[in-house]
Design a protein around this ligand. Structure first.
Ligand code: CUA
Length: 328
């Protein structure tokens, strides 16, 4: 299945092996459950009403069908009782749906509780940036959150309109370049949950994926602390050579690596690049082969990619990949 998907997408290797499906019936936050419950209720009501209506329709068509020799039946123009019944029936049904839906809309659209953890979520063509302002941590593609704590995602975009959507966490909300949006939820189980940009944003809209990684509070804190450290300095060897190349070959103009002169703001912060499971808009697993394929020709691998083809030689690809893999 994974190999077939990768072949269809013409990608060297798709990011597969995510344990849970990317669909909204897989709720892992209170927000997602509320949406799920409403959806289920409305589907059940619709099915029950649909079955009753169809049954009466079929019964009437058979029972009262025209038989040979039948004359024209009595012509009835309006029946007050029936008119009242089939007007009030739908009003009651739709009114009930409104009655149970409105509180959820108001609750989930309200401001996040003050005790929430703020995360700045910034859409870029074609990847997501996640900033933890209270911890001074910046990462990309993979949103780490602690289970049981409300996360307030503060959404904006650096270029066009994107939309943040991790179905297991519930809802979807647009990220605008000129307007701040919010979405908040409390993850209720640990795990990795896939997501996808939901607003057509350019050539690689379909390649703009993300992952939510929900961790125990202790694991999350350990991750956050590790992310606060400056980048590891590799010992002399290919990785160190790659570090030199990174600074000299133009990479540093677009990417930040804390602890080195690289302070570019256009591409993802790479300080702890190798600690992420996925890369390039979360479309590849972070493996040496994928990294090499990506560095060799980004716009072919991800159409519309702002990262250019730098015409790196094989030797340069090897040492750059070694360096990036050392950034744990
Ligand atoms: Cu970003 Cu679609």
């Amino acid at each position: 299945m994974c190999a077939a998907t990768a072949a269809v997408l013409s990608l060297p290797a798709a990011a597969c092996g995510v344990p849970t499906p990317q669909q909204a019936f897989n709720a892992h936050s209170e927000y997602a459950s509320q949406g799920d419950d409403l959806f289920f209720l409305i589907i059940v009501m619709g099915v029950v009403i649909g079955v009753i209506v169809e049954a009466v329709l079929v019964w009437a068509a058979i029972r009262y069908r025209r038989r040979p020799g039948d004359r024209l039946p009595p012509q009835i123009h309006g029946n007050t009782i029936i008119e009242i019944l089939w007007t009030t029936g739908p009003v009651v049904v739709v009114g009930y749906i409104l009655f149970v839906t409105l509180p959820v809309i108001f609750e989930t659209q309200a401001a996040a509780p003050p005790s929430s953890m703020n995360v700045d979520v910034i859409g870029h063509q074609f990847w997501w940036e996640f900033q933890y302002p209270e911890a001074n941590v910046v990462t990309a593609n993979e949103l780490h959150l602690p289970v049981g704590r409300t996360a307030n995602l503060i959404l904006r975009s650096d270029d066009v309109i994107h939309s943040f959507w991790v179905p297991a966490l519930g809802g979807k909300r647009d990220a605008f370049p000129s307007h701040i949006n919010y979405i908040w939820m409390t993850p209720n189980s640990t795990g990795e949950f896939p997501g996808q940009c939901y607003q057509l944003c350019g050539y690689s809209h379909g390649n703009m994926r993300e992952r939510a990684i929900i961790q125990s509070p202790a694991d999350f804190q350990a991750w956050l602390t590790a992310q606060q450290a400056p980048a590891a300095q590799p010992p002399p060897g290919p990785a160190a050579d790659g570090g030199q190349l990174f600074q000299n070959r133009g990479c540093a103009g677009c990417h930040t690596i804390t602890g080195t002169p690289a302070a570019g703001k256009i591409g993802p912060n790479l300080t702890h690049f190798a600690s992420r499971h996925t890369m390039a808009g979360s479309i590849f697993e972070t493996t040496p082969q994928n990294l090499r394929a990506w560095l060799k020709d980004p716009p072919t691998v991800k159409p519309g990619s702002i990262m250019p083809n730098l015409n790196l030689t094989d030797a340069e690809l090897d040492v750059l990949a070694a360096y990036l893999q050392s950034l744990r």
